[in-house]
Design a protein around this ligand. Structure first.
Ligand code: FES
Length: 497
């Protein structure tokens, strides 16, 4: 697999591609709003991008379409094949926004009309208005979860249900979805939808549905409902389907991500959705075993001395060249902080340059400056990342051990979620976020939860399949696992696993 980095004014996206894959196909799949007016038929000359890295040679017909613009890395995406690790910059302007991207297998649609696919993330809510027969994204919205004022993670939301009241949190998210849906309808001119699919982790679905999530926070982590049917709520006046959860900490978002990852293939697959919670699912010989591990918000920039989300001015990439530390920021703006992908790169550079030892100790001073950015990585920041990456890698190793498997036996390592899609795989492997043997098998699918929700929106046959898959899955509890504790402690160092 090769790595393609897609840049626009404000965002960075890294995706895995096959050697020789047409750049236009990749952009079409991952950046829904990327304009290809002639649908890649080599006639309009509008799919211009700036490319750096190994790609196929320019043909005469491409040169003619580009005219005076040919040269300096300007290419037409539909002509260009990826032949190595490549960076592609989208032209500025609103036509190529990366809001929510994902990759899914082909779906045989059996539903008509329009519908909303929604992923209620603990941090972010993503919504797409979909034309169900074609799968076309007609409009979309991405917003911070309106419950964020009640806490950053699921445990604080559960506590807030006791304090501020379940109805307050429940109505707040429901109102936010109605508001986002109204905006999508107004923008698209679509007058009505037939139904919607709303996915999310188990806590988010409990709260949306108005079910008390308190039992999810205490042993034995009992569910009020596993869902897998229609909600008591409507969205834009029409029914809402809620996909089935596996358990308290492996929710419907993972059921959906597994669908998007192509669950059911003969491959031995390991899926990791890396966020505040890291959900990990292993598919092997038709069986599914899942676990969840609390990584904390460090990968989202929270809890770090200069941490921030991947907004304008966030350091999103760091590298060392000839003794110089270089960095990139979102939107090429002056650096004001560092986001998850940037801190991962920074730690990988610190390790490679021996500014930090294998234990995470910063050798010289208490902080390591990221080039001339004015932003530094502190000793405490390193410790936060150590805790987060140990939780993820420890979870992966525990799940593999439970199934008597070695990392080398995994055919495909699927990484889902927004943070996972923006990180550099080499940096992630260098700091031990996952076993090094998985590096070459890694495959990004983007927001798999939303992608799976779209699949369920378009196909009712898939709803049965996904509900069965979730009902038959085994959830491995890490909180009571001595093996997890051992791996967690081992993973705390920056040795490769
Ligand atoms: S999409 Fe028209 S030339 Fe590429």
């Amino acid at each position: 697999m090769l790595q393609l980095t897609i840049l626009n004014d404000t965002q960075t996206l890294r995706v895995s591609v096959q050697p020789g894959q047409p750049l236009g196909d990749v952009l079409h799949a991952h950046v829904p709003a990327f304009a290809m007016p002639c649908a890649g038929n080599h006639t309009c000359g509008k799919c211009r991008v700036q490319v750096s890295g190994p790609v196929s040679f320019m043909t005469e017909s491409e040169r003619k379409l580009l005219g005076d613009d040919a040269g300096d890395g300007v290419r037409l995406a539909c002509f260009c094949r990826v032949e190595g690790d490549v960076t592609v910059t989208l032209q500025s302007g609103g036509s190529a926004k990366i809001l929510s991207w994902y990759r899914t297998p082909e779906v045989k649609p059996d539903r008509s009309g329009y519908g909303f696919a929604v992923d209620i993330g603990t941090t972010t809510v993503a919504m797409q208005l979909i034309h169900r027969p074609s799968g076309r994204v007609v409009a979309e919205r991405l917003a911070e979860n309106a419950q964020r004022g009640f806490g950053a993670d699921v445990i604080s939301r559960i506590e807030a249900c006791r304090g501020a009241g379940l109805a307050t949190l429940s109505d707040r998210i429901a109102a936010q979805l109605e508001d986002m849906a109204a905006q999508c309808l107004a923008e698209s001119g679509v007058s009505e939808v037939e139904e919607s699919v709303v996915t999310g982790n188990s806590t988010m679905l409990h709260i949306y549905e108005g079910l008390d999530p308190a039992s999810l926070a205490v042993v034995p982590f009992a569910m009020q409902s596993y869902f897998g049917g229609f909600s008591r709520r409507t969205l834009a006046g029409k029914p809402v389907y809620l996909p089935r959860c596996v358990g308290a900490y492996v929710g419907a978002d993972i059921t959906c991500a597994l669908l998007a990852a192509g669950h059911g293939s003969q491959e031995t697959q390991l899926l990791a959705d890396i966020g505040t919670n890291g959900e990990i699912a292993l598919t092997r010989n038709g069986t599914l075993t899942c676990c969840s591990t609390a990584a904390g918000p460090a990968f989202e920039g929270a809890g770090l001395s200069r941490g921030m989300s991947a907004g304008t001015g966030a350091i999103c990439a760091v590298a060392e060249e000839s003794g110089q530390v270089r960095y990139e920021t979102v939107g090429n703006a002056p650096a004001i902080g560092v986001c998850g992908s940037g801190i991962l790169d920074a730690l990988a550079v610190m390790l490679a340059t021996e500014a930090m030892d294998d234990s995470g100790y910063i050798e010289e001073d208490e902080a390591w400056p990221i080039g001339e950015s004015g932003v530094s990585v502190t000793q405490r920041d390193v410790r936060q990342i150590q805790l987060a990456k140990s939780a993820i890698c420890g979870g992966i190793l525990t799940l593999l051990e439970d199934q008597a498997l070695d990392a080398a036996a995994i055919d495909r390592f699927i990484i889902a979620g927004g943070f996972g899609s923006s990180m550099d795989l080499d940096s992630a492997a260098a700091i031990g976020l996952f076993p090094a043997a998985l590096r070459q098998k890694a495959d990004f699918i983007g927001n798999g939860a939303l992608g799976g929700a779209v699949m369920l929106l378009r196909s009712s046959a898939l709803r049965e399949k996904s509900a069965r898959m979730a009902a038959e899955a085994t959830e491995l509890s890490l909180s009571a696992s001595p093996a997890f504790m051992d791996h967690y402690i081992d993973c705390m160092t920056f040795d490769r696993f």
